[in-house]
Unconditional design. Sequence first.
Lengths: 364, 115
Amino acid sequence: MTTSSTSSGRNAVNKPMELVDRYLQAVRFWLPNTHKQDDLIAELGEDLRSQIEDKEAELGHPLDAAGISEILKRCGMPMVVAGRLGPKRFLIGPTLYPVYAFVMKMVLLWILVPVFVFIIGPVNFANNGHDWGSAIGTTLGNLWAGLFIAGGIVTLVFVVLERTQAHVGGPMTCANWDPLKLPPVRKQARKTSLAQTVCELAFGVIGIMWLLLIPRYPVLILGPAAAFLKAAPLWHTVYVPILLLGLLGLLRAGIILARPQFTWFPPLGELVQGALTLILVNFLVHAAGQTPNGDWHPFVMVTDAARHSAQYVKAAAIVNVSIMLSLAGAWLGLSIALAINVWKLLRSFRKPSSSAGEPASLHA
Amino acid sequence: MPTSIDNPEIFENLRLELRRGCLSLAVLTQLRTERYGYTLRKALADDGLEIDESTLYPLLRRLETQGLLVSQWREEDKRNKRFYRLSPQGVEILGQLLSEWQKINSSLSKILQEA
C-alpha cells in the first residue's frame, strides 16, 4: 500500500512525484472523455514536471511532498483547471439564448398561467365539489408540476436546436438575416396613466377579495337586508365567471403596467373584457326573464325565516326590479362601449404606421 | 458612483479583457521559434507576461485548430514533449496582426497624448 488515511484527512505520500499523478488523475476525472483528454493530461503533466525540475535545479535538491504540493496548489484546483482546459460547453448558446428566454417567458407566463387560471382552475373547482380551498390547492400543485414540465420541454427543444444548428447551420446564421425584414419602428407608447393602471390593479385586488368573501358574508353586498334576503340560485351559476372576469381585469392591468410598449394591447384588452362582460350581463338578463314557477325573484329571495312577511317580500321584489333595471342599463352602456372600442381598434389598424418624426421610406 | 477601487472586480474584468487579445499576439510571436508549453510559458514570463497552464494550453489548442500553429510530440531529455511552431498561415496572420497592433498602439499613444 502506498497510501493510508491520516487523522487530518490527508493521504500519506511515499514518493513525492506521485502527487503529480494524483493531481493529473483528479484533473482527468473532470475533463470530458474525448480523444483530446490524454493529450491535455500529458501536456499538463509535462509542464508540471518541468516546473518541478526547474525548482529542484534552483534549490539544488529534490522537492519533497510539500514543495510539489505548493506547485500543484499554484496550478489550481483540479476541477477548476479541468474547466479551463476543456472545451467551452453550454446547453444553449448565445445565439439561441434570447429566443429561448423569450419562448420560455411566453410559454410559462402568457400561456401556462392563463390556462391554469381560466381553464384548469375552474375544472378543478367543478371536480372538487365546489370547494374553493381544495380546488386552489390542486390547481397550484398542477401548475407547479406544469411549470417544471413545460420548462423542461422548452429547454430540451432548444438544446436539440442548439446541437443541430451547430452541425448543419440553421436559419439563425448571421449570413441569413435581412434588414428589410425587420419590423417597422414601434409607434410611441400610448400614454396610459401609470396612476390609473395602479389604481385599477389595487381596486381590482380589493374587488376580488370582496367577491371571494361574499358567499361567506352576504352582508358585504346586501347590507342589513342580509337579515331577510338571500342570493338567488342564479348567482351560484354566474359566481365563478364573475370572479374570472375580475381576474382577467387584473391580468389586463398587469400587462398594461408591465408592457407599456404593447400599444395594441389596451384597446384589445378592453374590447375582450367588454365583450365577455356583455355576454355575462346578457345571460343574467335572459335568465332573469325566465319565471319557472310564476314567482319572479331572479336575483334575491326572502329567507325562509322571513318568507311570511309581506313587507320583506315587497322589499325583495323592489330589489329584483332595481337589479334588473341596472342590468338593462349596463347592457345598453356595454353595447355602446363595445361598438366604440371595435371602431377604435379598426381605425388603429387601418391607420398608416408612419408618424411624425419617423423617417420616410427610402423605397419608392 | 462605484470606482474600480471600490469594485476590484470591474478592474479585474477589464484587465483580463485587455490581456486576452495581447496574449494571442504574444504567443504567436514567441512561436516563430519552436517551443514546448513550459518553455513558452517561461519565455513569456521572462518578458513580463505571466500566463498559467490552464490559460495557455486551451489557447494553443485554439490557435492550432485555427490552423495558425502546428504541433508535434517529440522525445527530449527522455520525456515526451509537445512542440509548437507557427504554420505558414500563422506566419501570414501574425504579420497582419502585428501591423494592426502597431496601428492601435500609435492611435492609443496619440489619444493618450491628447488627453
